[in-house]
Write a protein that binds this ligand. Structure first.
Ligand SMILES: Cc1cc2nc3c(=O)[nH]c(=O)nc-3n(C[C@H](O)[C@H](O)[C@H](O)COP(=O)(O)O)c2cc1C
Length: 243
């Protein structure tokens, strides 16, 4: 196989992994993935990204903090107005991430977003009305779907769209390098909803913002990992010339 086929193979085989085996990722393998991802292009080669690697006890602590916040926020959503105010006053629950992770999708994109959610819950056998099961599945984001390691990806704040663009290219490079080494990844905006648990444990330069997390580890043999949402057809991608 020539090199370009290897890239296509990794692109085709990579998918978001949402169930991991507990086996740790050897430090040498993880460093190799990160160094390979550093080959990604960036505007002016400035590489405006930094990564906080959380494994072992640190990963467990961050997962506990994030899961507590998520469960608490969900409880508040269900509670009456007074309970809501009381809980919010206590603090720690309101998202304190650097970016807004709760989007209102435009109708053109919203349909696909909902379809993807329906597909994921369908694979898991979760009924549309089963709020508790949906909550539990959502909550698994915050314990990294049991991955032994979570990467928290930070992006320099002053480059407008080009900081997150460069960082996105880096993240996809990382996901493909991981795939090639038998590792699975899940890129997760959810992991940027609260940034304080990560910021409390890593030395983050003041000008860096938490863009997202990436759970990384060896994929478990679980039906959720068979979910492969379709891509739009080429004809829908291409913009039509003016007539
Ligand atoms: C920027 C970004 C944020 C994402 N956030 C989440 C997330 O918070 N939780 C999750 O389970 N998947 C998340 N995903 C994974 C997407 O749902 C997934 O990439 C998409 O459905 C396509 O599926 P595939 O990655 O399996 O090809 C995210 C992906 C990207 C690129």
């Amino acid at each position: 196989m020539n090199e370009s086929e290897a890239i296509t193979k990794a692109l085709k085989n990579r998918r978001s992994i949402r169930a991991f085996r507990p086996d740790p990722v050897p430090e040498g393998v993880l460093n190799d993935v990160l160094e390979t991802a550093l080959l990604a292009p960036s505007w002016g080669n400035v590489q405006p990204y930094r990564v906080a690697v959380a494994s072992g006890e640190t990963a467990k602590e961050i997962a506990t903090d994030l899961t507590d916040r998520f469960n608490c926020a969900a409880q508040i959503q269900r509670a009456g107005i007074l309970a809501k105010l009381g809980a919010l006053m206590k603090g720690g629950v309101k998202p304190d991430g650097d970016y807004n992770t709760v989007m209102k999708y435009p109708p053109e994109l919203g349909a696909r977003y909902r379809e993807t959610g329906v597909g994921l819950y369908g694979v898991l056998g979760i009924e549309r009305g089963d709020k508790q099961a949906r909550h539990n599945q959502m909550a698994r984001n915050f314990s990294f779907f049991d991955a032994p390691t979570a990467l928290f990806i930070f992006c320099e704040k002053s480059l407008g769209a080009y900081g997150p663009l460069d960082t996105g290219i880096f993240i996809q490079s990382l996901a493909l390098a991981a795939e090639e080494r038998g590792l699975g990844t899940c890129i997760q905006a959810a992991l940027a909803t609260w940034s304080s648990p990560v910021k409390a444990r890593f030395d983050i330069p003041e000008n860096y913002r938490l863009l997202c997390g990436v759970s990384i580890g060896y994929p478990a043999d679980h039906k959720v990992n068979s979910f492969a949402p379709q891509r739009r057809p080429l004809g829908e991608l291409l913009l039509k010339p003016k007539t």
